[in-house]
Each structure stands twice: as C-alpha cells, then as structure tokens.
Write a protein that binds this ligand. Sequence first.
Ligand SMILES: C[S@@+](CC[C@H](N)C(=O)[O-])C[C@H]1O[C@@H](n2cnc3c(N)ncnc32)[C@H](O)[C@@H]1O
Length: 267
Amino acid sequence: MSEEYEPEATRRDAGYTESSRASRGWWDRNADDYQVDHGSFLGDDRFVWGPEGLDEVEAELLGPAEDLKGLDILEIGAGAAQCSRWLAGQGARPVALDLSHRQLQHGLRIGGGIPLVQADAGVLPFRDGSFDLACSAYGAIPFVADPVKVFREVRRVLRPGGRWVFSTTHPIRWAFPDEPGPEGLTVSASYFDRTPYVEQDEEGNATYVEHHRTLGDRVRDVVASGFRLVDLVEPQWPAWNTSEWGGWSPLRGNLIPGSTIFVCERD
Ligand SMILES: C[S@@+](CC[C@H](N)C(=O)[O-])C[C@H]1O[C@@H](n2cnc3c(N)ncnc32)[C@H](O)[C@@H]1O
C-alpha cells in the first residue's frame, strides 16, 4: 500500500481473524499519534472509562478502591496501561494485555513495572481462574467480530465471583455520523444494521474495522457467555469536560450517550 493511499471506507462483513489483523496493524501504525493526542487526557496513571472522562475514582465500578488491594486484575486492550498503573497504585496486581506491540511499547515508555502481554483478547494466554477481576476501557470490544468469544475467555480466566467491567461505544452512536459537530446529530444509518464499518486498501484488505452490536445484542452476549449483568452505565457528559475526542464532543455528549459500561459478574 503506498504511503499516500487513502483507505476506502465501506460496510461489509469482516470475520474474527481479518478484524484482529486489521486492528493490530492499525494500532501499531497509529499508537504514536493516539498517545500524543489523548495521553494527557488519559493521564499516565488514571483510570478513565471513556471520552466523557468518567474516572474510576468516582465511579467505583470495580468496587471500592480500598478493596482492590491484593487482587489479580486483567486489563484487556490496555493500550499504554494507564488504567493498570492506577490499579497498581491501589495495591492490586494488574496485568495489561493488548494486541498492539506499539501500544505496549508506550506502556514501557511510561514505566511503572506493569506486566505487559501481547495477545488477542479472544485467546487469552492464562490458566483458568487466574484473576479476581477483569476490565477494559474501550479496549478490544468495539473491534472484535465475536464478542462472545472474548467474554467466554474472560469468564474462563476469572475466579468464581469475579467481576468483568468493560466500556465501549454506546450502540446508539452507530446510527449517527461520527462527527463532533451538528452534522453528528442527524440519523444517517440504521441502528439495526450490524454490517461492520471497514476501511480497506487497494487490494480490499481491511485496515480498520469496527463492529456494531445493538444494546440488546450486548446484553444477550453477556448472558450467553455465562455472566450476570449487574449494571449498565451511560456516563453523562460533565460540565468540566470541554475536550473533543473524535466524534465525542460536549455538543453531542449533552444530547445523546456516547459510551456504555457493562458491569458483569460470574457465579
Ligand atoms: C481505544 S484503545 C483503548 C486503550 C486504553 N484503554 C485507552 O483508553 O487508551 C483500544 C485498544 O484495544 C486494543 N485492541 C484492539 N483489538 C484488540 C484485540 N482483539 N485484542 C486485544 N486488544 C485489542 C488496541 O490495540 C488498543 O490499544
């Protein structure tokens, strides 16, 4: 693919392997820009659930911070491991897993001694029952073709009673253009059309893929994987947050939800 080539954006099917390969390449190529653009908003050792800026310190979706001490925690799609660094600061033992080598190199650059693992969220390289808790702030879930495969893996590596908390794009956003301004407020596609968004090169190879699930699909995926859904959080856009993040903006955030956070437990 030539450097100047602009990928073509389309809607077409994309399976698990093709999506995973595209994600790995895209995040390796774009990790440097991502960390420059969003690193200061994320903070090196904060746990931010998404572009609204909801912080785990106030949300306590993993439980009270003082109860995290001594827990084995898996962070999925950890990027530069900012959330894991916050977890380590609470006395937990986090492991930060990501598909992208370059994202994990940023984790090394920031430091903190967090164990970093390069792997796909659908094939977790851990024994059954290795963790007390698993979490993901927008890591992997928006990009995988088969979220049930990932959730089953997460369930397998969790101990009984373990919690799985993940954030992802709010499904309603699929129906709107991914634009921060007023053009992002008019429905332009069917919420019910699950055909993936794909960017592809001249040969038709996917270079970026996003998968859509309706809210009902997500609930069914969680339950089909053997979890109980204990909360579904739709963070409101706070007055202090004047930053835009791609299609997430104060304008849209005040009118429609941008993120969902699923709080799940296994028996
Ligand atoms: C939007 S970033 C979120 C990272 C971090 N939580 C943050 O807030 O910056 C998404 C991350 O998911 C990772 N990712 C995408 N697909 C993945 C997969 N199948 N398995 C593991 N990680 C994946 C990407 O490499 C990327 O680092």
